[in-house]
Design a protein around this ligand. Sequence first.
Ligand code: DAH
Length: 337
Amino acid sequence: MKQQLEQIRTTAIAEIAAADTSLEEIRIKYLGKKGALTAILRGMGSLTPEERPVIGAVANEVRNDIESALEKRGAELKKLSLARSLVEEKLDVTYDAIAPNAGHIHPITRALERMTEIFIDMGFSIVEGPEVETVGNNFDALNAPADHPSRDFQDTFYITESTLLRTQTSPVQIRAMRGMTPPIRIISPGRVYRSDVADASHSPMFHQLEGLVIDKGITMGDLKGILSKFAKTMFGPETKTRFRPHNFPFTEPSAEVDVSCFVCGGKGCRLCKNEGWMEILGAGMVHPEVLRAGGIDPDVYTGFAFGMGVERVAMVMSGIDDLRLMFENDARFLKQF
Ligand code: DAH
């Protein structure tokens, strides 16, 4: 029996030393209720009273040795698994982080936001009009002659005989005049449509920003003051404005307005195509017929209006020379802004 106990001790300790995961199984195998050591102790009843304490002492020793071997190996395994996870789960906190892929504001949106902000700071409020307009508001009330070329269906997208996709933001002038009493000081940004084939400077859809000011005693001087203040704020304090006589049905007198090139300061460069100036808008004093169509007495009130091309301003701001880039929405292009 003593020999059996010694045998159990030797094999148990060898097994424990070789174990690399579950010690619990080994513990049950030797020390459990149905374990090898327990089986031997059960057989002690057949021993003589002299043998019993001797074998009992050996059995206790064997149990203690197995228990301490289990404890020792358990501690070793714990250490090993910690060391392993330190290697396997190593995290380099100095590793360069991958920047999240953030969106970019479209150059048109950026230009529009900046333009409206400048006019809001000057006391203008925003009025919006529908993109599907009446022929009456888009042409008739704006004093466009019956044979004006812009009315042609080759230039305008008609929806019915009396409705169309607005070709300009100017019809919002009529809506504002009919819905408000002077003083009126509004801007109206939005999309406009023309039946054009897309190329570097044309697109069937683009954006305009309309402006309208009506009050007693408004003059061309007010128009010049507002637009030159806008140009300086938008393109830099050195920016000059130039008014060239022009003709629009809804204004009299009318002008096209240029700003000095903010890159070369007027000397001539690639951006301004060596002109030193860039055209950004049309403007003028509101025609008396248009005031009348809007329900405002031209003998009491005067006003000015202007309409600028948002893409034009965005292209100038961002140095873009092909309008199509604005609408292709190639992420590689948009990422630059
Ligand atoms: N509606 C004109 C266009 O689309 C731009 C314009 C010119 C608007 C003069 C105005 C203005 O309000 O006074 O070309």
